[in-house]
Every structure is written in C-alpha cells, then in structure tokens.
Design a binder for this molecule. Structure first.
Ligand SMILES: [Fe+2]
Length: 206
C-alpha cells in the first residue's frame, strides 16, 4: 500500500497528541517539507523524482520514535520499519526508517556510533544487507534533509556542528562528515546551483 504525504502527516499529527516531547514530529515535518522543495526543484531540472513520495518519506522516517523518543539509531529504525510493515505499507516506506540513518550504503557511515555499531546488535546484519543497494533519488534526498533539519532548516555545516555538540566525536565522525559534504555537492551539481538558494530563510538560522 502506498503512503501519501497527506496520510503521513496525519499519522504524525496523531502522535503529537500522544508524545511527551513533540520535537521529533516538528523535525519530521521539517525534513519532509525541505525534501519536497528539493525534489520539486530537481523535477523542474528534468530529473525523474516523485515529489509526494519524497515528502511522505520525510514525514515518516522517524516514526519509530513514537515507541521510544530517546531511542538510538538501530532501535528507532527497526521500530519504524516494523510499524509501517504491520500497517501494510509498501517496503520502500518502511525501508526509509532504516535507510535514512546510514549514508554511502554503509552501516559504518552514521552520524554517531554511541553504542550503535555493536556488532552483536540483533539487527546489525539485517541492516548491513538492507542498505547495500544504491539508494533512490528520493531516499538520497531524505539522507541529506535529515542532515539539514533539527526542528528548523539549517545548513548541513551547522547541523554537523549541532550533532558534534550534542553527541560528541566518534571514530566514524570524520568519515560521516566527508560523505555528508559530498552528498550536498552531489545535489548542488544536479541542480547546477547551490541548493541553499532554495531556502532563503536558512540564513536566519545561522
Ligand atoms: Fe530524522
């Protein structure tokens, strides 16, 4: 079953009533809206991209946080994946709950590894295989936008600093930053302009 952006937003708004701290919901809306603007701009450049699906991916990517707000990378990913599968949504919608956390099709490319790269984690092998295939354009947009949004839109540079300040520096931090900057450049090149031009309000958040 497909998930429209409208339905995804409705799922989020139901959770806003249930959650103690709705900042993850505001973040999810920011990711979806930011992703939608980038997708639309790419479409206008002639690329094949499903704008509504991209927005839906953004809205739903952190839905696993409805179970435990302060959950780690692996737990919020698997909770979101299982939840959307149980609701009957297509694999790609459940899959974004896992894929958004890992760049470069690599389980080691994540923003912080805290206790997450524990290879004894029951989901480690599943995730490692699951993210191996090249991501779609829609999925790559979510990768980027998750790294452009807290509860508001930021440059990836500022978002990287936000992550460093909140979580600290880990063994894979440098690798993750390098790949993130490459991803930003990848979209700048597809657009043939700096994607920050799409978001004039970004300078108010520097
Ligand atoms: Fe997120």
């Amino acid at each position: 079953m497909k998930l429209t952006s409208k339905e995804a937003k409705e799922i989020l708004e139901v959770e806003r009533v249930n959650t103690k701290d709705d900042s993850w919901i505001t973040h999810s809306l920011c990711v979806g809206n930011t992703a939608g603007k980038i997708a639309q701009a790419l479409k206008e450049k002639g690329l094949t991209v499903d704008v509504d699906k991209t927005i839906a991916f953004g809205y739903i990517h952190d839905i696993g946080k409805k179970f435990i707000e302060e959950s780690g990378v692996f737990s919020h990913a698997i909770n979101g994946y299982n939840y959307l599968k149980e609701l009957g949504y297509d694999e790609e919608y459940a899959g974004i709950c896992i894929k958004h956390s890992f760049l470069n099709n690599d389980i080691d490319c994540l923003s912080n590894d805290r206790d997450e790269t524990d290879r004894s984690n029951p989901h480690y092998q599943f995730f490692k295989e699951y993210i191996k295939k090249e991501y779609t354009l829609e999925e790559k947009i979510i990768n980027l936008c998750d790294l452009m949004c807290t509860t508001q839109i930021l440059t990836v540079e500022k978002r990287m600093i936000d992550l460093l300040v909140r979580h600290g520096v880990f063994a894979k931090t440098h690798y993750h930053i390098v790949v993130t900057m490459k991803l930003k450049t990848y979209f700048d090149n597809l657009l043939s302009y700096n994607l920050y031009d799409l978001f004039p309000e970004i300078k108010d958040n520097l």
